[in-house]
Design a protein around this ligand. Structure first.
Ligand code: OOB
Length: 529
């Protein structure tokens, strides 16, 4: 495995192979195989492009050839920042064919995040869209290159452009090596990278597709960013391609547009975060589009309240599937057709028979069955460490390789998980994850801020929003939200991380061990909101 990664123990890896979880197949094998079997069948479309399996396969070869000409070598990391367009897939599979490793940044990441991801991954390249309505990615790339002058900036549509020269041939990648890196939601200063191997990720997407009973007849709508694990491989765009189906990509999740797309393309499966699912459910009341092709509506990324789950089933029929997953691996699904009791009130059951789950107290002792505790997990698609992060790994994984999810769960008698809260210092803003510490570090860089503590506040629509408590530096005018928002934007912080609310205080309440008592702070907001 690539240097800087933590491999699974050899004995366990052998067991995963023996049991057939790891098939020795690469993501490139997957596309090549489907291209032979399904040639002219449609694989992907967006607002302006439509590709067949054979065309995607060919585009992947062109991109791989162009990457290699640009000096991208096998095992090089390449940060990819593309929205939901066909280019996302041609670049993703082009990198696979060239044996390079996509590092999947989110479209909303900005200078601060991208510079960090390029630096941490040691990326040699950074792929951006050629044209993007509403945001200047070339300008962003210029800013990033100011910090990392060696970085090669590559334009997605130029990579995929037809070329008269012959496509290069590339050696096959080792299936036990890293196929891609996902960005973690993060709990500490800056996002971490999760290396996912071919073996683990092919299993992840194929097992997800099986659980969702995907077939070549399915049409998957990617309305969440394809760079996010949920829409990428759970089963997402990759699971759909593996099943021989078709993928429709869009950056617009608003119901008017999405419903039109569902009707036009006969979409059968999609994945949403809870606030969008609720918006869609409400919108069915006044829409007259034919949505009868929808057979599976996945909702995950943040807690879906039972009353909102009910809204969704009332609006769309019995198509709801709750998904509790994480970029770090473990996925839980409610089974299609499961009783309402399960679909409305639980976040699903672990995907794999080899997923190991522990629910523990603060001493890492198992809680009594059915009690709430911290979820630990390991298994065939849950990596053993973040990339180049030994110190962080020591805190995020147990000595015997369990990942500490930071989620508080209980397990029902049927083996389904219910998410009850979390212990990690993170805000879940409608599915977008914000590491409190990351935002705090930016805030204290402001000359008028002596200290900062960022907490979640309840929100009717998003579930949570962020509130920054700040202690002003002595003798200055305390900064207000507008001032701090502008400051964070200037520092290149993604917009969703900018605190929704700022409260100026003289001091922070402290716990008995002298740490900032964030729970007490959050309660203060609860009282004044
Ligand atoms: C998904 O992945 P991430 O990496 O953005 O976030 C993972 C975290 C979980 O640890 C949990 O705190 C929260 O998001 N979460 C949920 C949830 N699904 C995720 N909390 C409550 N209920 C749920 N259904 O969010 C993700 C990855 C793959 C599939 C689905 C979601």
């Amino acid at each position: 495995m690539l240097d800087g990664c933590v491999p699974w123990p050899a004995e366990l890896a052998e067991r995963y192979r023996q049991a057939g979880f790891w098939r020795g197949e690469t993501l490139d094998d997957l596309l090549r195989r489907r291209a032979i079997e399904r040639g002219d069948r449609p694989v992907a479309s967006d607002a302006t492009h439509r590709l067949s399996y054979a065309e995607l396969d060919d585009a992947a070869s062109r991109v791989a050839t162009a990457l290699s000409r640009a000096g991208i070598d096998p095992r090089d990391r390449v940060v990819v920042q593309l929205g939901n367009t066909v280019d996302f897939l041609t670049v993703f599979f082009g990198l696979q064919r060239a044996g390079a490793i996509p590092v999947l940044a989110l479209p909303m990441h900005r200078r601060s995040e991208i510079t960090h991801l390029c630096g941490l991954s040691g990326a040699t390249g950074y792929v951006i869209p050629g044209h993007h309505p509403g945001f200047d990615y070339r300008g962003l790339a210029g800013d990033v290159r100011a910090a990392l002058p060696e970085l090669k900036v590559l334009i997605a549509d130029e990579l995929a452009a037809p070329s008269p020269s012959r496509n290069a041939e590339f050696p096959r990648t080792d299936p036990s090596d890293v196929a891609l890196m996902l960005v973690s939601g993060g709990t500490t200063g800056l996002p971490k990278l999760i290396p996912r191997t071919h073996d683990d990720y092919v299993y992840n997407l194929r097992a997800s597709a099986e659980t969702c009973r995907l077939s070549g007849d399915d049409v998957y709508l990617a309305a969440l960013p394809a760079a996010h694990n949920f829409a990428l491989g759970c089963p997402g765009v990759l699971g759909t391609i593996d099943a021989g189906g078709a993928v429709v990509l869009t950056d617009i999740a608003a119901p008017d547009e999405a419903f039109e797309t569902i009707q036009r393309e006969r979409v059968s499966v999609t994945a949403l975060v809870p606030p969008t699912a609720r918006m869609w459910a409400e919108a069915t009341a006044w829409s007259d589009e034919d949505l009868s092709s929808m057979r599976l509506l996945q909702v995950g990324g943040a807690r879906l309240l039972p009353e909102h789950a009910r809204l969704v089933t009332d609006a769309f029929g019995p198509v709801l599937q709750q998904v509790f997953g994480m970029a770090e691996g473990l996925l839980n699904f409610t089974e299609p057709g499961a009783p309402e009791e399960i679909v409305l009130h639980t976040q699903g059951r672990p995907l794999s028979p080899a997923d190991e789950i522990r629910v523990v107290d603060e001493n890492d002792d198992d809680v009594a069955p059915g009690d709430v505790g911290q979820l630990l997990t390991r298994g065939p698609y849950t990596p053993r460490g973040y990339y180049r992060a030994p110190e962080h790994n020591a805190a995020s994984f147990t000595a015997d390789g369990y990942y500490r999810t930071g989620d508080l769960v209980r397990v029902t008698r049927t083996g389904h998980l219910v998410v009850e809260g979390r212990v990690k210092d993170q805000i879940n803003r409608g599915g977008d994850k914000i590491a409190a510490a990351e935002v705090e570090e930016h805030l204290v860089a402001h000359p008028a801020v002596a200290d900062a503590a960022v907490v979640a506040t309840p929100d009717e629509l998003l579930g949570e929003r962020s509130c920054a408590f700040v202690i002003p530096a002595p003798g200055v005018t305390p900064p207000d939200r507008a001032e701090l928002a502008a400051f964070l934007s200037d520092r290149g912080v993604a917009a969703f991380k900018i605190p929704d609310r700022v409260e100026v205080v003289e001091s922070f309440p402290v716990t008995t061990v002298g740490k900032t008592d964030k729970r007490a702070l959050a309660e203060r907001i609860g009282a004044t909101a």
